[in-house]
Design a binder for this molecule. Structure first.
Ligand SMILES: Nc1ncnc2c1ncn2[C@@H]1O[C@H](COP(=O)(O)OP(=O)(O)OP(=O)(O)O)[C@@H](O)[C@H]1O
Ligand SMILES: [Mg+2]
Length: 345
């Protein structure tokens, strides 16, 4: 749970915060598997957010929006400014310039009202290890005004902790603690969850569980999720859109599929035998194609509709085709291209 140093509002059960947007723009977003199209106002709008410490801007004019039901990934290498940005968004750190709107309410002008819509975990959830999971939630619930006690059971169900909720937190695995932290963050039914590297330290199964839980919540309840990470593969699997932050600047925001599918031409790997023969034949037949011999076969940069043509030519010429694989760029390739590489975990 977030501790709001100097800005804690027990009245609004502020554990974490979320954000909103005042702009009346209607955006079209594909979320999940691209099934759902949302046209809504943003839950969170960050505009020109800047943190200056001494002469250095560690967060520099960062602007983005997060919509209902969307999982927005905030991806960046160590030291990029993710935590600093999040701490400003949830009111744990003063904003040097810019502002944050949560459901249209300015964080600067009306902190209590804005933060009431936010749930979050920044760094690790704050839990009392010698209390049970339920006692932790109860303790937190007492600070929440206007939340029914039944909501405690509801959030326990949502995060799947029913069986262990009456055991002491010190007996919980890291994944269970993270889920209890999530239950706490959800207690006051926020509109947005802000999570700073929530899967740090979790094993692959724990990461998957957490990811599935967030996706389900976003898809079924329209909860907006803003999640930071330095792990590309994780973001790719979890998020609808990703913003890349580097050295305090947000350098790109795109839907995940656009990061990896940006080019019209695809790199396609043909697994063939015999390779040298195929290579010289293809180069003769398709002098304009970009063809590269690799260890596994021939890599061709071609358009989608050219794939069957090339395959047909190979087969007709007696060359055996064992497989055709689309060697699409991964988010990692794109990330390294965009950031110049060398700085990711
Ligand atoms: N209070 C501070 N005073 C001076 N510099 C700071 C302060 N807090 C953060 N920084 C610097 O700002 C930069 C961004 O730090 P931040 O913790 O936001 O990065 P991050 O993206 O969360 O990194 P990580 O992936 O390691 O968590 C770093 O260079 C950090 O050293
Ligand atoms: Mg950090």
């Amino acid at each position: 749970m977030l501790k709001f140093e100097g800005a804690r509002s027990e009245k609004n059960c502020i554990t974490i915060s979320s954000l909103v947007g005042t702009k009346k723009s209607h955006s079209e977003l594909k979320v999940g598997n691209g099934v759902k199209i949302l046209r809504k106002d943003p839950v969170l709008r960050v505009q020109g957010l800047t943190k200056q410490i001494g002469a250095k801007k560690i967060v520099d004019k960062v602007s983005f929006e997060v919509y209902p039901g969307e999982i927005f990934g905030f991806l960046g290498p160590n030291g990029a400014g993710k935590t600093t940005t999040i701490r400003m968004i949830v009111g744990l750190s003063a904003i040097s310039e810019g502002d944050v709107w949560i459901k249209g309410v300015s964080l600067k002008k009306n902190f209590e009202q804005a933060i009431a819509h936010v749930g979050g975990i920044v760094e690790n959830p704050e839990l009392y290890k010698f209390l049970t999971g339920y006692q932790n939630l109860l303790h937190f619930w007492r600070m929440c005004k206007g939340v029914s006690k039944e909501r405690i059971d509801e959030v326990v169900r949502i995060v799947g902790l029913e069986k262990r909720i009456h055991e002491k937190v010190k007996t919980y695995s890291l994944g269970m603690r993270q889920r209890l932290g999530l239950a706490q963050a959800l207690l006051h039914s926020p509109s947005i969850l802000i999570l700073d590297e929530p899967t740090n330290g979790l094993d692959p199964a724990g990461i998957r569980e957490f990811r599935d839980l967030l996706k389900k919540l976003a898809a079924e309840t329209g909860l907006a999720v803003f999640v930071s990470s330095h792990i590309l593969s994780e973001m790719e699997l979890m998020c609808d859109r990703i913003g890349i932050i580097q050295q305090g600047k947000l350098i790109e925001v795109k839907e995940v599929r656009d990061f990896v599918d940006a080019e019209e031409e695809h790199a396609v790997l043909f697994l063939i035998d015999p390779l040298p023969e195929a290579d010289s034949y293809l180069k003769k037949m398709f002098p304009d194609y970009q063809l590269t011999v690799t260890e596994d076969g021939i890599l061709a940069k071609i358009k989608r509709e050219q794939i069957p043509d090339l395959n047909a030519m190979l087969v007709t010429h007696g060359i055996r085709v064992y497989g055709i694989q689309k060697a699409t760029k991964t988010l990692e390739d794109r990330f390294l291209e965009i950031t110049g590489g060398g700085q990711i975990a």
